[in-house]
Unconditional design. Structure first.
Length: 261
């Protein structure tokens, strides 16, 4: 079973992705399910439009798409109202992008949204990378403050800060690494070789449409690790974060149904 932990649908600044286009790619690559976040503009500004798009796409997908909820924490109580509305519409996890949304991970602004996610039984996907307000080690400090909340380190610091991904995972045991962009012969195998991390702390993601999804899938399929480890990374770990039980549809497609989803 393959679950893609992060895609963005809608019109972006450089690339765009429709739900139909995503589902066609999933069919071609053997991806069973994918979690979808809104486009950049909707993450930064028009959260209502973005959450409506992701939850509608999920509802129309027959269970193959699962919706992230987004809210800019600068909106204060209105951000929590929007997350509540998105949860009622079927969202199953929180997506955060401190670069697009304009805050520091450790300044406390995000805390009410993390409280909401924890109370909802969600995990939080947090984009990391080169910008100074999106580095892996500050995210690890944030995750360590919130041991009850699973946190997915989106992109695992790609590409300049891969060097910080292992220390971040070691520092916060509730932090999970994202495989997108990461070569298995250096970054991913380094995760496995480090005591205290291992395959159970890694989650597969294509980060579509910003990558070549075929390359992201093939990287894990060609990874010379035990089948059990590969299965955990491809979908087992994310199913666990979703508090879900895998099922098989009449069409033979594997799906998970999150609790409360």
């Amino acid at each position: 079973m393959i679950i893609d932990a992060h895609c963005r649908i809608g019109d972006g600044r450089e690339v765009s992705l429709t739900p139909a286009g995503l589902l066609a790619t999933m069919d071609a690559l053997g991806i069973d399910q994918a979690l979808v976040a809104p486009s950049e503009r909707c993450i930064a500004y028009d959260n209502r439009e973005g959450n409506s798009a992701t939850t509608a796409a999920a509802a129309a997908s027959g269970g193959r798409l699962l919706a992230y909820a987004v809210a800019n924490p600068w909106r204060g109580p209105a951000a929590l109202d929007e997350l509540d509305r998105a949860r009622d519409a079927g969202a199953v996890a929180l997506a955060v992008d401190s670069v697009l949304q304009g805050f520091d991970l450790l300044d406390g602004l995000l805390d009410p949204l993390l409280d909401f996610a924890a109370d909802s039984g969600w995990f939080a996907y947090v984009r990391t990378g080169t910008p100074a307000n999106a580095l892996p080690l500050p995210l690890a400090s944030l995750a360590r403050r919130r041991p009850e909340l699973p946190v997915l380190m989106g992109k695992s610091g790609a590409t300049d800060f891969w060097i910080d991904a292992i220390p971040a995972l070691l520092y916060a045991p509730n932090l999970y690494g994202d495989t997108s962009y990461a070569p298995w012969d250096t970054v991913l195998s380094g995760f496995l070789a480090e005591p205290g991390i291992g395959a159970e702390r890694l989650v597969f993601s294509t980060d579509s449409p910003y990558t070549v999804p075929l390359a992201e899938v093939d990287r894990i399929r060609d990874w010379p690790v035990d089948p059990e480890q590969k299965s955990a990374v491809f979908g087992g770990n994310l199913a666990r974060l979703l508090n879900s039980t895998p099922t098989v549809t009449d069409q033979g497609i594997h799906q998970v149904t999150p609790q409360g989803g």
